[in-house]
Design a protein around this ligand. Structure first.
Ligand SMILES: [Zn+2]
Length: 538
């Protein structure tokens, strides 16, 4: 399945026709073999990930129109874990601890009655990376089925993941199985890469901007935090609240299974899968910045400094140069270059987090109608026209685990700025070497409830000088927030992790002094507190 994705990517870059021939032959072989040796003939993981197979089958069908591919698609869909049924089955949510206990379903064929009468299993839930890959399955199959229930199933799953397992950076607690909302629980790098790819796939098929909003949240918060600046080392797990990364840090599930190296930075620490998987994240995101539209125009759906060339109107070559400090700044500027004037629509995504978005052309405000989070500007475009999109970024506080709150502004989630030092370990073996990270600042701060009710006045937003250098570290952070905080004296490390103190809401000791604290974008941090306990004091 991984090779299918690689061949598809290779074809999109080169147009090498051997890919079409190779995939056609392979899929004929699959059609012949799968009835006797189903997807999970060797391992049940393959039935969880059947969408990756199905996706390339339908991609090839859209090129060749070979009918046997649809027949194969039905077979693969049947042998794939029944994600649609699972996502929409309310019975699965009754257990507050592990609301999704469908680990009990193992091999194909799946027993429909069993799916619908699953009882509570305490043996663990679904695997985090399987979920990241499986969430797109209903929408992949929707291409053939054309029934809205499949899109609704994926959207319901996104909401349920947020509710039962969500962390502020856009991902979910899943250190192997799903593990609830506690912000000290690990998030695997593979699940970020795969969740991004699934959201990109669902965005492409549906044009539904809900998928773009979630993708943007993950890519500009969770993703940059988990890799070193040069992308040569990474964590196996990250967490929304992490203040010390050592080979003694344990999580609920992974105790000592990887010599405790799940949270440290290394090339192969934790488990090596993420080193194979992390690289699809940024390049595939770049592939999804722009889309051609069926009305012969162009759509900019995700924002980042970039250049694109494509054909619009009656095959007029268009080049767009996008200059922006997004996601740290509120303006996105597009310069259009084309050989002759041409009339076509320019679609712009208006993110769900903004209000009063504005479009101007060559400096003049442009009235635009926004429908389904898309603004369309249609006119006769001239070479050199400049479109500026203004996306006001409002400060807001959001609720997370155990009534904790996070501070967000526009697409970014903010976290406590904590200076740190790294110590290299195990240098004898260069593949096993890793770095532990220790805090140099105090981290046990809570926020003040009254201030969160008085946004934006209670926060000072500081746009730092930034020349466009790599922004995802503390040194170059292009923006920061100043606000009030108070230490929570009872809040200490438990087994190396900053679990919330049992009863911080009812603190009755001497009131700690109010201090000014600094928050920076989550993606700039190595150590951080993101979900804060909140003081109900003046
Ligand atoms: Zn992994």
């Amino acid at each position: 399945m991984v090779m299918l994705k690689i061949l598809q990517q290779y074809y999109s870059a080169t147009g090498d026709e051997r890919v079409i021939d190779c995939l056609t032959r392979y899929f004929r072989y699959q059609l012949q073999e799968l009835p006797g040796r189903p997807l999970d003939y060797l391992t049940l993981w393959a039935n969880r990930r059947g969408a990756d197979n199905l996706q390339v089958v339908y991609w090839l069908y859209n090129i060749t129109g070979d009918d046997f591919l649809l027949e194969l698609g039905e077979l693969i869909n049947e042998q794939t874990f029944p994600w649609t049924t699972i996502f929409t089955n309310e019975e699965n949510y009754n257990d507050p601890v592990t609301p999704w206990h469908y680990a009990r379903l193992e091999r194909y064929p799946f027993d429909e009655e069993q799916i619908n009468t699953l009882t509570i299993s305490k043996t663990g839930g679904i695997h985090c990376v399987n979920l990241a890959q499986g969430i797109k399955q209903p929408v992949i199959y929707y291409q053939k089925a054309q029934e809205e229930q499949y899109i609704a199933a994926a959207k319901k799953a996104l909401k349920d993941i947020r509710k039962y397992h969500g962390q502020p950076q856009g991902m979910y607690g899943g250190d192997e199985p799903l593990h609830g909302t506690n912000p000290v629980q690990g998030v695997e790098f593979c699940s970020i890469s795969e969740e991004m790819y699934s959201l990109e796939s669902m965005l492409t098929i549906t044009g539904d901007m809900e998928f773009a909003d979630q993708l943007e949240r993950i890519v500009y918060n969770a993703l940059p935090a988990q890799a070193s600046d040069d992308f040569s080392s990474r964590q196996y797990f990250q967490a929304a609240n992490q203040v010390e990364l050592t080979n003694r840090l344990e999580t609920s599930y992974q105790t000592n299974t990887h010599k405790g190296t799940d949270f440290v930075f290394g090339t192969l620490s934790g488990y090596p899968c993420c080193t194979c998987n992390m690289h699809q994240s940024w390049p595939k995101y770049v592939q999804n910045l722009y889309y051609a539209t069926k009305d012969r125009g162009v759509a900019a759906l995700l924002y980042a400094p970039s250049e694109v060339e494509l054909l619009v109107a009656d095959s007029v070559p268009l080049r767009i140069v996008q200059e922006t400090g997004f996601p740290f700044r509120e303006n996105v500027q597009f310069t259009l270059e084309l050989p002759n004037a041409a009339t076509f629509p320019f679609h712009l995504r208006i993110p769900g987090w903004t209000e009063n978005a504005a479009v101007s052309i060559n400096g003049e405000a442009q009235p635009v109608e926004i429908k389904d989070q898309i603004a369309v500007v249609e006119r006769e475009w001239q070479n050199g026209d400049v479109v500026t999109l203004h996306l006001p970024m409002k400060l807001r506080a959001t609720y997370w685990h155990d009534f904790s709150q996070a501070v967000e502004r526009g697409p970014l989630v903010y976290a406590l700025k904590i200076s740190s030092e790294s110590r290299a370990k195990d240098l004898k073996d260069k593949y096993r070497a890793f770095e532990e990270v220790f805090p140099l600042d105090d981290w046990n701060y809570g926020l003040i409830e009254k201030d969160l009710f008085q946004l934006p006045e209670s926060v000072t937003v500081i746009e730092n000088d930034w020349n466009g250098e790599y922004p995802w570290n503390l040194e170059n952070a292009p923006i920061e927030l100043k606000m009030r905080g108070m230490k929570v004296p009872e809040w200490k490390l438990t087994n190396g992790a900053p679990y919330f103190p049992a009863f911080w809401g009812g603190y009755t000791g001497e009131q700690p002094p109010v201090e000014e604290i600094t928050l920076v974008p989550y993606g700039c941090t190595t150590l951080r507190i993101t979900a804060f306990p909140v003081y109900a004091v003046q």
